[in-house]
Design a protein around this ligand. Structure first.
Ligand SMILES: *Cc1c(COP(=O)(O)O)cnc(C)c1O
Length: 420
């Protein structure tokens, strides 16, 4: 459920007309609904109410500090994948004991930062990383709590770029090597192995791969406990899918029921790292029609939003619904919605039936709350779009539009070329 609905023929975000925000802050812009964010977080978190658990929202899906602050205030923690995300989480006052740190390539600088801040745990992805964290913890005279991220070799049936738990993926440690990693960890004085972790992919639309992964993890927990390990955390990652088009992903309560049933009475605190399922359908990208162009092969609607604002269609061939902000009863035509960027891969949607667009019309690209702004770039020297948070009949700019000055601020011209 989300709060983007037509009232009369106008698209609203909660009680604010989308057109109003577009006129005030300009386009392209991201708009998020606070009520939807809240509702999605609560729905997910309360699905696991019966179990001891911590919902660690995956920062990379949407890392605006206002949104992190919201989830923190609702009792959530975060899953981070870089020092920059840790910095954001701390800015948003997320308590460090609710922060878990994933990722295959943590640098010394990032490890030190996380140790200093005493995060809950590192999800480690290789034995070299384990040794590196041990060395840094020793240097800082502390102990690092870690979970082993296991690669359970499960096909999540999703796009290859976002499947992460198969043998051929770079993530985690194979179930075979996990026992050895545990033995290694035992000999490392500054490592405290407290849990197991997995994250098998994103935008999963069935529960079976989650359950299969959990089966492997559970048997590993049992094996490790027999060998004396004190496994008190089981982190099941994120990955639950959402409806972009015709998908029928499990609801959070169905996902929870299947997992809790499979878990039985395993005595662990559960950690979840949902990203997309919380923020995906809580945001839209609003864009304006600059030109329309008819060719023999195609009809193009050229918008001021582009692949640098929302790269998912170009990168993964993802589907995003596109809706007119002002609905009309004009006849429809089949169009490609494309941006101004000098790449033929710059499209937001292809072969869509849309009411005839005219210059100046606003279009809403739906389901853009996850991996939208966070994957945006300055390609073609386009300032990144602003982010707006709507609550009831009010809206708040939670990130300003970048300026042309922002684009060149970190750059400099050496003296021999004349200096700045
Ligand atoms: C990206 C990621 C997530 C979140 O995935 P979603 O599909 O957005 O839920 C969780 N955990 C890890 C380790 C990730 O890399």
């Amino acid at each position: 459920m989300d709060h983007f609905q037509y009232k009369a023929e106008e698209l609203y975000c909660e009680d604010v007309p989308v057109r109003l925000v577009a006129e005030k802050v300009g386009t392209p812009c991201y708009i998020y609904s606070l009520a939807t964010l809240r509702h999605h977080f609560l729905t997910f978190d309360s699905a696991f109410a019966k179990a001891r658990h911590l919902t660690c929202y995956s920062v990379k899906a949407n890392s605006n500090i206002a949104i992190l602050k919201l989830f923190g205030s609702m009792g959530g923690g975060v899953d981070i994948v870089s020092g920059g995300e840790l910095y954001r989480a701390l800015k948003a006052n997320i308590p460090s004991e609710r922060i878990v740190y994933s990722g295959v390539g943590k640098t010394v600088e990032e490890i030190d930062f996380a140790l200093r801040e005493k995060i809950l745990m590192f999800n480690i992805e290789s034995t070299q990383e384990l040794e590196q964290i041990n060395r840094r913890a020793e240097a800082m005279n502390t102990t690092a709590s870690v979970s082993l991220r296991v690669n359970p070799d499960i096909d999540p049936n999703t796009h290859p770029y976002i499947s992460t738990g198969m043998k051929k993926n770079k993530f985690g440690i194979s179930t075979d090597s996990a026992l050895q990693a545990f033995e290694d960890a035992k000999n490392l004085k500054h490592i405290n192995l407290v849990g197991l972790d997995c994250h098998i992919g994103s935008q999963l639309t069935e529960v079976t791969p989650f359950v299969d992964a959990l089966k492997r993890l559970r048997s590993l927990v049992e094996t490790l406990r027999l060998r004396g390990a004190d496994i008190s955390y089981l982190d099941l990652g994120g990955g639950l899918g959402i409806v972009y088009d015709q998908e029928a992903p499990p609801q959070p309560h169905e996902y929870a029921r299947a997992l809790l049933q499979e878990l039985g009475d395993i005595d662990c605190t559960l950690i979840f790292e949902p990203g997309r399922v919380i923020v995906g359908n809580a945001g839209i990208l609003v864009t304006r029609v600059l030109y329309t162009k008819r060719t023999k092969a195609k009809n193009f609607v050229i918008t001021d939003g582009a692949m640098n604002d929302l790269i998912r269609p170009s990168l993964y061939g993802s589907f995003h619904g596109v809706q007119p902000v002002a609905r009309n009863l004009k006849e429809t035509e089949t169009v490609d919605i494309v941006g101004p960027i000098c790449e033929s891969g710059d499209f937001l949607a292809r072969d869509r039936d849309l009411p005839l667009s005219t210059q100046g019309d606003y279009l809403a690209v739906m389901s853009a709350g996850a991996y939208g702004f966070t994957m945006s770039s300055n390609y073609n020297s386009r300032p990144r779009a602003p982010e707006v948070l709507v609550s009831g009949d009010k809206y708040f700019v939670i990130r300003k539009r970048e300026t042309w000055e922002d684009l060149v601020r970190p750059e400099s011209i050496p003296d021999f070329l004349g200096g700045n």
